[in-house]
Design a protein around this ligand. Structure first.
Ligand code: LRH
Length: 474
């Protein structure tokens, strides 16, 4: 009999891909059939996602997957979190979705906290870190800036779920993604309806919450392919596929545009210390909690590459830059998590400026800039790991680095050095792997007794990095 295949469409803030996975002897083999830059629109002084172009890429991915592998049985979409498409009563978008980096939410978090009855109450209820990019401040911005549009909004769908709706005709909020809105009750995993009312909105605008692994129905234009809500949040899919061994205490860095640094817990930690340390309790697969902190990831480097590409008229070679960084001495580290680095544009200038503000020279070569970024990321992972261990009262043995950033060997070594822990890197396509494995489980294809993580471990190849010295060994 033919080995079963599935299609994962994974949408990151900088690029998207469609990958066919085939399950053979408990191992998920992956083959990319489509890759594209995530379509972004800068217009009217705002940053938006081009939702219609995204839908075009999803359809193209599905068509290419069916060509490549007629055995594809199911499809799922995951994406970055928090952003949403407002829909009218006819189910059509009322406007483009805003990008979470749009500055319209400035100051809206404070307003949201006020409406929600204070910081401790809001955190205790939702468990979600306080970031202006969250859905909650975005909704407050909508209510204040475009009340007429809100009045016409019948439903809101997060990006992945909007595409699942386009594919299946069913409107849902998948729990892992919905948890990032800051509008879900962290204990029940349902909409916090009274909180939604307290901030001035109507809970009827959100669809029913479904758990990851829910079959939604046949795809509208692909006969016989089942649409499944996998982990719709990319980070949840990646954490589900961390190839960790149950015998070790492990933490993860899900390394992409963002680096999500944290652990998997059985229950949320909702105390004010966790809030003050900036940790979040996002929903994971099967009732687990993703206790993690958003750290700036490859964003800073991606933005430098974009600036240098504009300067040169061609994209600089990534590997050559990392090689130059490897032979550049360490200079200073910056807190790249500071708001000044969160906005689009001028990244090399922002970095130079921040160095001078601290009384240092600006890095004088591109290799030195990249080195500074990687040293800064490693330092920020080490700080976060220390906070994580202090909050959870355990000592991490292994740091699993998954996602595209795991292919950066220099960063992996710097991370091992800074954390004083063994780093296990891979898989690079952890999000896709998690997405595919949850589909396989829903289809009943995982061997009896085999968990998603067991299958992830069998499917992954890991590279190990040991600390060269142990400055941070505590
Ligand atoms: C990573 C990610 C992250 C969110 C951010 C908005 O892609 O989903 O988990 O915090 O995007």
């Amino acid at each position: 009999t033919e080995a079963p295949s599935y299609l994962a469409i994974d949408l990151g803030a900088s690029s998207g891909r469609a990958v066919v996975g085939t399950l053979r002897d408990g191992v998920m083999e992956m083959r990319e059939v489509h890759r594209f830059r995530t379509p972004l629109v800068e217009a009217e002084g705002h940053l938006w996602w081009d939702a219609e172009a995204l839908w075009g890429e999803v359809r193209r991915g599905l068509a290419l997957a069916r060509e490549a592998s007629p055995a594809v049985r199911s499809v799922s979409v995951d994406s970055w979190a928090v952003d949403y498409v407002p829909l009218g009563t006819d189910g059509e978008p009322l406007r483009r979705p805003y990008c979470y980096r749009d500055p319209r939410t400035r100051g809206r978090l404070d307003e949201a906290v006020k409406r929600a009855g204070g910081a401790d109450a809001l955190y205790e209820r939702t468990g979600i870190q306080f970031l202006e990019l969250n859905t909650l401040p975005q909704i407050v911005a909508d209510l204040l800036d475009e009340p007429a549009l809100v009045a016409r909004t019948a439903k809101r769908l997060l990006i992945a779920e909007w595409l699942l709706y386009k594919l299946s005709g069913r409107m849902v909020a998948e729990r892992t993604n919905a948890s990032t809105t800051q509008l879900l009750d962290a204990r029940t995993g349902r909409w916090a309806e009274d909180l939604i009312r307290a901030v001035g909105d109507d809970p009827a605008r959100w669809p029913d919450v479904v758990p990851p692994g829910t079959a939604l129905g046949e795809a509208i234009d692909a006969m016989g392919v089942l649409v499944i809500a996998s982990c719709a949040h990319d980070t949840a899919a990646a954490v589900a596929a961390v190839p960790a061994s149950p015998a070790r205490q492990w933490a993860y860095v899900s390394s992409g545009t963002w680096s999500l640094v944290g652990a998997e817990l059985d229950a949320p930690m909702l105390a004010p210390e966790a809030r003050r340390a900036g940790f979040t309790n996002e929903a994971g697969l099967d009732g687990t909690v993703r206790f993690l902190k958003n750290r700036t990831g490859m964003w800073a480097l991606e933005e430098c590459l974009r600036a240098w590409e504009a300067e040169d008229g061609a994209r600089p070679a990534y590997d050559a830059l990392v090689a130059a960084a490897a032979s550049s001495p360490s200079h200073v580290t910056l807190d790249l998590n500071a708001p000044a680095f969160g906005e689009r544009g001028d990244m090399p200038a922002r970095i130079a400026e921040a160095c001078r503000a601290q009384g240092h020279d600006a890095p004088d070569t591109r290799g030195a800039v990249v080195r500074l970024i990687l040293d800064s990321l490693a330092a920020s992972y080490a700080d976060t790991l220390a906070e994580l261990d202090a909050l959870t009262g355990r000592r991490t043995d292994d740091v699993h680095v998954v996602g595209g950033g795991a292919r950066n060997a220099l960063l992996n070594q710097l991370t091992a050095d800074a954390c004083g822990r063994r780093v296990l890197a891979g898989p690079e396509e952890a999000t896709v792997l998690g997405n595919l494995l949850v589909q396989a489980r829903t289809m009943g294809d995982l061997a009896p007794g085999s968990t998603v993580r067991d299958a992830a471990r069998r499917s992954a190849r890991l590279t190990e990095y040991t600390p060269r010295s142990s400055p941070a060994l505590r």
